[in-house]
Design a protein around this ligand. Structure first.
Ligand code: PGA
Length: 241
């Protein structure tokens, strides 16, 4: 696991976008694994700018998102489907059929998860998987538990995650209590991983992440077992290192 400490959020966003743009320019048919949350928003803004100003071409790019609430309608402005359209897909030339997210509207979540896992494999696997990290160490919705699931699955959200995510909802009762998420195995199958961590609130979990152990109490620690992970941190997130 390599890490780069950037000055601030802006620099993390710029560098993250540059890494993804380099991948797309190297292989216009790249398969990107994407994440939601506050952290990647700035990076998506930069990618939109690169598309508009310098013609960064997404016409052959395929994307697979990490997770989605369950159940949730795609039209709900808190769905990750909505978030991705709003922050990235509506502003670039990606083809609709090349965009994939776990379907929060599915009536059969287990079947949906198995199909999602197969779709990623059939596409040839993810080239770069973008990730954020929760203050509790989760990646996607792989929450701290006694054991972690390998494949894409339906999961319950921890109380902590519901509380943290309630900032986006009118009231805490509106936060879905379940989600569909890639598993740690799905994530670690990506050819490379780009983990973005910004802000002071993440400093304690960054300290745990770099404490030299792998533990299900910090699901992100399993990324240490992957041979090609780049972590971009800002100075605030790195302050306890
Ligand atoms: P955040 O979420 O980017 O909004 O901090 C990250 C996560 O929970 O994985």
């Amino acid at each position: 696991m390599e890490y780069i400490i950037c000055k601030n959020y802006e620099e993390v966003s710029l560098l993250g976008a540059a890494i993804l743009a380099k991948q797309i320019n190297k292989n216009p048919k790249s398969i990107l694994g994407l994440a939601t949350g506050s952290t990647p928003v700035g990076m998506y803004k930069k990618l939109v700018e690169m598309h508009k100003k310098s013609g960064l071409d997404f016409s052959e790019v395929k994307t697979f998102n990490l997770d989605e609430y369950y159940p949730i309608k795609k039209s709900n402005d808190q769905s990750y489907d909505y978030f991705m359209r709003d922050n990235l897909f509506s502003h670039i030339n990606i083809k609709k059929e090349n965009i994939h997210l776990p379907n929060g509207e599915s009536s059969d979540p287990d079947k949906e998860c198995a199909a999602y896992e197969k779709m990623i494999a059939d596409a040839g696997g993810v080239d770069i998987q973008v990730l954020g990290i929760g203050v509790n160490g989760h990646v996607g919705f792989n929450e701290p538990e006694n054991e972690l699931k390998l494949a894409t699955h339906l999961t319950g959200l921890t109380k902590n995650t519901i509380e943290v995510n309630s900032r986006f909802f009118k009231k805490i009762e509106d936060v879905p209590t379940k989600a569909l998420t890639m598993g740690m195995g799905t994530i670690n199958k990506a050819k490379s991983i780009l983990l973005l961590i910004t802000g002071k609130s993440k400093a304690p979990v960054v300290k745990k992440l770099f404490s030299g152990v792998v533990t299900t109490a910090v699901p992100a620690s399993f990324l240490h077992l992957h041979p090609d992970v780049t972590v971009l941190l800002d100075e605030a997130a790195a302050e306890l290192l």
